[in-house]
Ligand binder design. Structure first.
Ligand SMILES: NC(=O)c1ccc[n+]([C@@H]2O[C@H](COP(=O)([O-])OP(=O)(O)OC[C@H]3O[C@@H](n4cnc5c(N)ncnc54)[C@H](O)[C@@H]3O)[C@@H](O)[C@H]2O)c1
Length: 258
């Protein structure tokens, strides 16, 4: 996509933990296309994000745990002050306890279930509600989230995270329905496996990478840059009439029966 595609646009990006994060690849693509970005971070990754952005002190950084309504309010208020509105929101956060990502799904505890659904699915609702007035001030906007195909078919060990992704994908559709009237589009990218802090918590994750390399139509794993390119498309004018969709960038893996 052409340089300058997002000139004059502002973007708020949730989910950078380190330089392997999908959110970081998206941040780089959106910036390269001309967008001004703001980033949020979780307390435990503050050091990483400050190091990553050390040469770009103009990027606003907001401490935001998505389980905190107060921190969400402060983040979106801060974005309103700094940018005077918002065009793009990237939701790239998810969590499930390590115990819930191994072994039998039937053993999932109530506490783990509630925590995972809150962080991984409810968070996009909480963000969209706060983004809506900021995007309305700009005449519309685009929201992009990240999901994985285990929401549709069983991927052993993905367990609770798959249930959270199913809720996330349905939330994307309902948000697209609600916000469309204000010119705000909401889509999800279903990405193939990538090596990040989060994915390394999934039991036997290596076998998932091997499978893509051995049997996907393109016989190769994807890169975070592939996801960044799709995010750029979904946040740009080129995708103006696409909303409520889950779009796959997975070397075609999801078309296989097994
Ligand atoms: N890596 C993959 O294979 C893959 C594939 C498809 C989809 N995804 C999705 O992409 C998104 C980004 O994950 P990633 O793989 O880049 O891993 P990552 O570990 O780099 O990013 C996950 C992010 O979630 C954030 N997060 C977790 N709990 C939070 C909370 N309570 N408050 C605020 N932030 C919180 C973390 O701070 C981190 O920045 C996730 O939704 C993930 O499920 C990943």
């Amino acid at each position: 996509m052409a340089m300058g595609t997002l000139e004059g646009k502002t973007a708020l990006i949730f989910g950078v933990a380190d330089h392997h994060s999908i959110a970081w690849a998206i941040a780089e693509k959106l910036q390269a296309a001309g967008a001004r970005i703001a980033l949020t971070y979780q307390d435990r990754f503050e050091k990483n994000i400050r190091k990553l952005t050390a040469d770009q002190p103009h990027i606003p950084l907001f401490l935001c745990d998505v389980q905190s309504d107060e921190q969400l309010d402060a983040t979106f208020d801060g974005v309103g002050e700094q940018f005077g509105g918002l065009d793009i929101l990237v939701h790239a956060v998810a969590f499930a306890s390590r115990e819930a990502l191994n072994g039998r799904f039937v053993n999932t505890s109530r506490a783990d279930f509630q925590q995972s659904l809150d962080i991984s699915a409810y968070s996009i609702v909480a963000m969209a509600k706060r983004a809506e007035p900021l995007m309305q001030a700009r005449g519309g906007g685009a929201v992009v989230s990240l999901t994985y195909q285990a929401s549709q078919r069983v991927v052993p060990n993905y367990n609770l995270m798959a249930i959270s992704k199913a809720a996330l994908e349905a939330s994307v559709r309902y948000l697209a329905y609600d916000l469309g009237v204000n010119g705000i589009r909401v889509n999800a990218i279903s990405a193939g496996p990538l090596r990040t802090i989060s994915s390394m918590g999934v039991g036997a994750v290596r076998t998932i990478f091997d499978k893509v390399e051995e049997s996907s139509p393109l016989r190769r794993n994807i890169s975070a840059q592939d996801v960044g390119d799709l995010a750029l498309f979904l946040t740009s004018e080129a995708s103006r009439n696409i909303t409520g969709q889950v779009i796959y960038v997975d070397s075609g893996q999801s078309i296989l029966a097994g």
